[in-house]
Design a protein around this ligand. Structure first.
Ligand SMILES: [Zn+2]
Length: 489
């Protein structure tokens, strides 16, 4: 049998970062009960965030959430898609208990975005572009809650009507590694742009994998299976590995594969058949008569483009060009608000490397510990820049600066004043240091003679004495210079 190669395409669902649902004003997240104590967490009682629209009542009229449309268009712009000025919502008809209207409101033709792609690195380290087919808007279904003890199933419609984008790739992947890299990169971009909050454990970013095998060199695609609802990058990789082996085994036996939908069981590391897969025509799509076309005007698109923040890849390239290390750039991109903070502090300090080191070693760990974005903390960019300046002109030693920082982070305020109040400012005044140096030399004539006779190592003894005399406040580098000059004279 010829060597088989996997052909893989993805459908990724990302929950859009909106306050309200796609077609009504019900909140997308649990809200705090006004009568509950202030410190109690929001309680998401089943069916508490529902209305006639998201429960599919006859005659209820949906209205499209403009923010959801903007976020979908922003995703399209970031991924190089063509954003259609007009796109259409369609009803995708099927029956399921968590879908009270009997249809999902989705987009068939045309969707809001078409084309585009994202580059990844393939197994041989070459850049490979994964093409996107489309991005469309749709609403989420509710949830069935199975109560096994009492043998019944309950329906919770809080999630029904939550806005999603579905990103459909072309079948361009050839390995689980490529899929995992793509998913991480896509997730990173969409979270960075705040298109989605992307919390994997909440199912806010999940993917379906379409996978088939074909003999290498053959164009025609084999029979595919679809693995649904993978909400972990690792599980996606494991499910693909399992399917490659399973389908390969069936081909080896000469068996005929059926097109089907499968579920991945992470505990058993295997996929299981759920149902034979429907094709699009089974859903009897037709335009949703209750909604006007989705309109993204050229002006609105230009505004979204102008407001688009720097993408992670662009930010990384810029940070490296400024002299940051790859590790520092990676930390910056990983922390919300770090790049913005850095950009605000840069002109105030004028030393990018020193600033990056202060952020990576002091500011960002403290912010992470307290769950803060750097721009929300008590050390604004101007204060961190001031701390860096004190270090740059040797008024504050590195050690003293690092010792001072926790208090600065805790209480805020001016680093110079704090250092002064603690008495840790360095004496960088040559006159003051010269006076102390002269006294020390006079008090240690024997050591001074040894130095003059060529035992230059003895200079460190004098520096030590001077540091002691100044109670650690003298700038050691300057002290050494002054002492050696006086000893030689
Ligand atoms: Zn509603």
């Amino acid at each position: 049998m010829a060597e088989m190669e996997p052909v893989i395409g993805l459908e990724i669902h990302a929950q859009l970062n909106t306050a309200t649902k796609l077609f009504c004003s019900c909140p997308t997240e649990a809200v705090l009960d006004a009568t509950a104590p202030a410190d109690s967490p929001p309680e998401d009682r089943p069916n508490s965030r529902v209305c006639e629209v998201c429960t599919g009542q006859p005659g209820a009229l949906p209205r499209t959430n403009a923010r959801a449309v903007e976020l979908a268009a922003t995703a399209g712009l970031a991924l190089g898609c063509r954003v259609n000025e007009y796109s259409v919502f369609s009803r995708k008809n099927y029956f399921y208990p968590d879908l009270p209207a009997g249809f999902q409101t989705s987009q068939l033709d045309p969707p809001i975005c078409e084309g585009g792609g994202l580059a990844i690195t393939d197994g041989e380290g070459r850049e490979k572009r994964i093409r996107l087919n489309r991005i469309h808007l749709e609403d989420d279904a509710g949830k069935c809650v199975h109560d096994d003890q009492r043998g019944r199933t309950l329906v919770d419609l809080n999630r029904a009507g939550t806005p999603l984008i579905e990103i459909v790739t072309e079948p361009d992947f050839r390995s689980s590694g490529e899929v995992m890299e793509f998913l991480k990169k896509l997730h990173n971009i969409l979270v960075h742009l705040e298109v989605t909050k992307g919390r994997l454990e909440e199912g806010e970013f999940r993917c379906d994998v379409n996978i088939s095998l074909r003999p290498r060199g053959v164009e025609k695609l084999g029979t595919r299976s679809e693995i649904k609802n993978l909400n972990s990058f690792r599980h996606a990789g494991q499910a693909i590995e399992y399917e490659i082996v399973r389908q390969g085994g069936l081909y080896d036996q000469g068996a005929t594969l059926v097109q089907e939908t499968r579920l991945f069981d992470p505990a058993r590391q295997e996929t299981r058949s759920l149902r034979s897969k429907e094709d699009a025509h089974d859903y009897r799509y037709f335009p949703q008569p209750d909604l006007p076309p989705v309109h993204v005007s050229p002006g609105a698109l230009a505004r979204l483009k102008a407001a688009m923040p720097e993408l992670p890849e662009q930010a990384e390239a810029r940070l490296l060009a400024l002299g940051l290390t790859e590790e520092q750039a990676a930390v910056f991109l990983d922390r919300r608000g770090a790049v913005a903070y850095f950009d605000q502090a840069r002109p105030l300090l004028g030393d990018d490397r020193r600033l990056a080191a202060l952020m990576v070693e002091l500011l960002l760990p403290a912010c992470q510990r307290d769950g803060l974005s750097p721009l929300e903390c008590r050390v604004p960019p101007a204060a961190l820049a001031a701390l860096g300046k004190l270090m740059a002109d040797n008024t504050l030693s590195r050690r003293a600066a690092y010792d001072l920082f926790p208090e600065l982070f805790e209480k805020g305020g001016d680093p110079g004043e704090l250092a002064r109040s603690k008495g840790v400012l360095q004496i960088s005044d040559t006159g003051a240091i010269s006076d102390m140096a002269a006294e020390i030399i006079a008090a240690n004539p024997g050591e001074a003679r040894k130095y003059r006779e060529g035992q230059e190592k003895i200079l460190s003894f004098f520096v030590g004495q001077l540091m002691k005399k100044s109670k650690g406040a003298a700038n050691p580098k300057l002290a050494g210079e002054v002492l050696s000059k006086l000893l030689k004279s």
